[in-house]
Design a protein. Sequence first.
Length: 160
Amino acid sequence: MENYTTQVPGDKSYQSTSINVRLNTEDIMGLIKWAKFRGIMDIIFGILTSLGFITAIIGIPQIIAGVKLLNSVSALRQYIYNGQEQNVITYFEENRKFFLFSGITVIIKLIFTVISLILYISFFAIFMANYTQMPEFEQFFEQFGNTGVTYHVLSRLGLS
């Protein structure tokens, strides 16, 4: 493995690494098939997710990630057929972009999940606050007496 600095037209100088590795073509073809499947599924699910106005925030990066993965797969396949080093470089560049957009999608999904949980807990708390004011709720717990868990729950809710 050799490290060297190279100049690419239009790019700034960057540090690069030369790696000489022998890989089984059958393993690479297996990677290509599964990566192609994943790219297509990302595009399909991204399109379905983008059907909603708000959910398009998740779907669009997922579509872009799928396209980048398919570009990556195409570059790797081209390298196998013609052996041009530029195709390997393109493979890694497109693969990096795939992970970038996949990461953006995951972060957005996490944000939506946290917001959804907060809303769910808020609505549940509002529902319980209104529901516990109903006489049927109090009668249900009164049949057990003011002991044990029911008394503790009612006292926590400020109903005892």
